[in-house]
Structure formats: structure tokens, C-alpha cells
Design a binder for this molecule. Structure first.
Ligand code: ADE
Length: 416
């Protein structure tokens, strides 16, 4: 069964999936290995993650490894309808289209629960929370789950701390081969891609304000700087603010940044980062967007109440006009600009993130029943395997420690 926007888009979706496959060599290696042994046979995987060409490669890989799969998108604006159509045409159980209402969003997730999943794969934790709060009857079948994103991990850790987490979860986001690459280079490039597709603005010479200097904010700041913008960072964490300063960026509170910025992007995971008073002090023509998981970082209801008019001036670009004629442009309705206005992170970087998803689900299929109901990190061995496979695919060789060097590592008597 499936429900997608338009099946006639399947041929276009298939071409994009082929493109992604050609740029995801780690996934290709894993499929080659595990389609023979089928470690996911008997597993029913409910997935709730952005429907993109890269996700399609993940879905097909899970099927090749023996899993039954049912899928929904994890954000109302991020589904690529041609990809959803291609998966549906291949017989994948998928419920996803771009432009879901909140009601439809949860309806889609609910459909994926009908086959009683044994494993869950989530991005943002909506699927996991839905099972825990509304479908407790499913908990007995679930052996474990994975979580893709920083925001989702925060929610799951809060659940675990409250004693409410009822099955083991693996924090794929926290793998080094995920967050040092996907969050930094992926978000950096795809967020600028979204801003450019929605505005085609020149970045050189602009003041570009990045709220949040975690992995994602760092990636965005460096990429914007590389395109010639003067980057301003806002932070609430002293260490991260210090790092931004020493990386060469200006650091100031949002109250100040709001007055000087030409382009604003939030990457914090926190609500109300840019609110009415900030919109009020922004320059005429400022462009504002968000790349965090939820659309709570920009307070758009406050912007609406300050405006006398709103119109779509380009795809994913809404102009808000104030009484005095000042205009503010909001991209992608404050939803993650990289997936709503562009295609998300490029395939090469999702290759590593999804290799971690794939391997973590295999681990859970094997060991899930023996794990505690807490949030686990990806193992160091898995991180090393993903990095080594990626390097090999890129044709990069590295050095090895000699036996003498290994001994030196553990010899505490070896000093000056
Ligand atoms: N998150 C960010 N980029 C993505 C992509 N290309 N596919 C799936 N999830 C993503």
C-alpha cells in the first residue's frame, strides 16, 4: 500500500535515485555484503525520515538485506514527490507527499505502524514518541530503533532520563562519521543551496547571521564565509561562542545581530530564536530562514502580526510587508530550508550517515533484545569501518602505526 502525490513522477524519481546510488559507494559495499546473508530477514522496519533520493537508496538497501519496510516523511515540506512516486511504483509501502498538514503528517506515520514494526528508524523522534504515547500495544514487538538527528536525540535522552523510554535506541547522529560530516559539510552546503534556490541572492559582501554554532552552524558559517559573506554568529553557549570568535567570526547577541544582518539562518534546535522584536529591528529586505529540525526557531506568528501583507514572490520565498513599507523575506515557511527549498545534503555525505543507520539496524536486529532501554552510541568499530570504507572508495590511503609505535603508545616510562 502507498499514498503519494503523483505516481506519474516515478520515472524522474528513478533517475535521481540512480544518481544517488552512483554517489553512495559505502552503501553499495554494504548492500553487496549483506544482500547475500540477509541479516534483516524477519525484521519489519518503520522509517520516518525525509523522502529524498538518498533515503530511497537506504530503503532499497534495507529491503536488499531482507527487511520489510514501511515509510513516512519526517517533515511536512521535505518529501520529494518524484522519489516517493518511484518508491511506491517499486512496491514500497510509503505514505508521503510534500505539503502535509499536521493531521496528514501523523496519519502517514500511523499507516507505517500497521504492520507492527520490530525496528524503528526515526529523524526527529516523532515516530518513537507516537509509539510510546499512543501505540503502547506495539512496544512488545519492537527490539530497537535508531535516531538520525540532534533534536531527536535530545528528546530521547529526556525520555530516558524520565524513565519513559521503552526500547533501546542507537544515536546515529552522534557517530563521528555522521555529525562531523553530515552536520558540518552536509548542512553547510545544503543550507546555502536552499537559500540560493529560493532567492538567488549574492552572498559576497553580505552580512550573514548564523544562530547557533554547533556542528550545523559551524558548517554554514564556514561555507558562507567562503562565498564572501561577513559572518556573524549568535550563541548561548560560552565555549561555542569562543570557538566562533577564534574561528574568525563576529559574535554578538541576536538583539544586535538583527540590526546588521542581510541574511539570517537559525541552526539551534531551540524555539523563539528570532522573534517579533528582531524582525522589527531588521533592515528592509532582510532574508530569514531556518535549518533546524522544527519550524519553531523563527516566531512567524509574531512576524505575521507585525505585517500588513504577505505574498509568495518566488517558490519558497514569502515577502512580509510592514505598515511602513519595510519588507522581510522568509524562506520555506521557516521549515528546514535545505530540504524544503533544495534537495537536502548531497549523496556523498548521506552515504556515511545512512551506512551508520544500516549497520545500527543490523546490530539491533542481532542484539536488541539484550540491550537496555537507553540511548546507545554507535560503536567505535562501526565508525572506523564507515570511515575506512569511505576513504577506500575515494581512493585515499593513510598510514599505519608500526609495532614499535603501538608499543610506544602504551609505554608510560617513555618520556624525555
Ligand atoms: N537530511 C539532510 N539531508 C538529507 C537527505 N539528502 N536525505 C535524507 N535526510 C537528509
Amino acid at each position: 500500500m502507498s499514498k503519494v502525490a503523483d505516481l506519474s513522477l516515478a520515472a524522474q524519481g528513478k533517475l535521481k535515485i540512480e544518481w544517488a546510488q552512483a554517489h553512495m559507494p559505502v552503501m553499495a559495499k554494504l548492500v553487496e555484503k549483506y544482500s547475500a546473508t540477509k541479516p534483516l530477514e524477519g525484521m519489519r522496519v518503520a522509517g520516518c525520515l525525509h523522502v529524498t533520493k538518498e533515503t530511497a537508496v537506504l530503503v532499497k538497501s534495507l529491503v536488499a538485506a531482507g527487511a520489510e519496510v514501511s515509510w513516512s516523511g519526517c517533515n511536512p515540506l521535505s518529501t520529494q514527490d518524484d522519489i516517493a512516486a518511484a518508491l511506491a511504483e517499486e512496491g514500497v509501502d510509503i505514505y508521503a507527499w510534500r505539503g502535509l498538514s499536521t493531521e496528514e503528517f501523523y496519519w502517514c506515520i500511523e499507516q507505517t505502524l500497521k504492520f507492527r514494526p520490530t525496528l524503528t528508524l526515526d529523524d526527529g523522534a516523532d515516530l518513537i514518541v507516537l509509539i510510546h504515547n499512543k501505540h503502547k500495544e506495539l512496544l512488545e514487538d519492537v527490539v530497537g530503533g535508531t535516531e538520525e538527528t540532534t533534536t531527536g536525540i535530545h528528546r530521547l535522552k529526556a525520555m530516558a532520563d524520565a524513565g519513559d523510554l521503552k526500547y533501546p535506541l542507537i544515536a546515529v547522529n552522534n557517530a563521528q562519521t555522521k555529525w562531523d560530516f553530515d552536520n558540518v559539510y552536509g548542512t553547510g552546503q545544503s543550507s546555502l543551496d536552499g537559500i540560493l534556490r529560493a532567492s538567488n541572492i549574492l552572498l559576497a559582501g553580505k552580512t550573514f547571521v548564523v544562530a547557533g554554532y554547533g556542528h550545523c552552524g559551524t558548517g554554514i558559517a564556514f561555507r558562507a564565509s567562503g562565498m564572501g559573506s561577513n559572518v556573524v554568529v549568535t550563541e548561548i553557549d560560552a565555549v561555542k561562542a569562543l570557538r566562533a570568535k577564534m574561528d574568525g567570526f563576529s559574535v554578538m547577541p541576536m538583539d544586535e545581530a538583527a540590526k546588521v544582518g542581510d541574511i539570517f539562518i537559525t541552526a539551534t534546535g531551540m524555539k523563539d530564536v528570532i522573534v517579533g522584536k528582531h524582525f522589527e529591528s531588521m533592515k528592509d529586505g532582510a532574508i530569514v530562514c531556518n535549518t533546524g529540525h522544527y519550524d519553531v526557531e523563527l516566531n512567524l506568528p509574531e512576524l505575521k502580526s507585525l505585517s500588513v501583507e504577505r505574498r509568495e514572490v518566488r517558490p519558497n520565498n514569502a515577502e512580509y510587508v510592514f505598515e511602513n513599507g519595510k519588507k522581510i523575506f522568509v524562506l520555506a515557511e521557516g521549515r528546514l530550508v535545505n530540504l524544503s527549498a533544495a534537495e537536502g545534503h548531497p549523496s556523498e555525505v548521506m552515504d556515511m550517515s545512512f551506512a551508520n543507520q544500516f549497520l545500527s539496524l543490523i546490530r539491533l536486529a542481532r542484539e536488541g533484545k539484550n540491550l537496555e532501554n537507553k540511548v546507545y552510541d554507535v560503536s567505535l568499530e562501526q565508525d572506523a569501518l564507515v570511515a575506512e570504507t569511505k576513504l577506500e572508495a575515494m581512493g585515499v590511503k593513510i598510514d599505519k602505526l608500526s609495532p614499535e609505535q603501538v608499543t610506544y603508545l602504551t609505554d608510560y616510562n617513555a618520556g624525555t
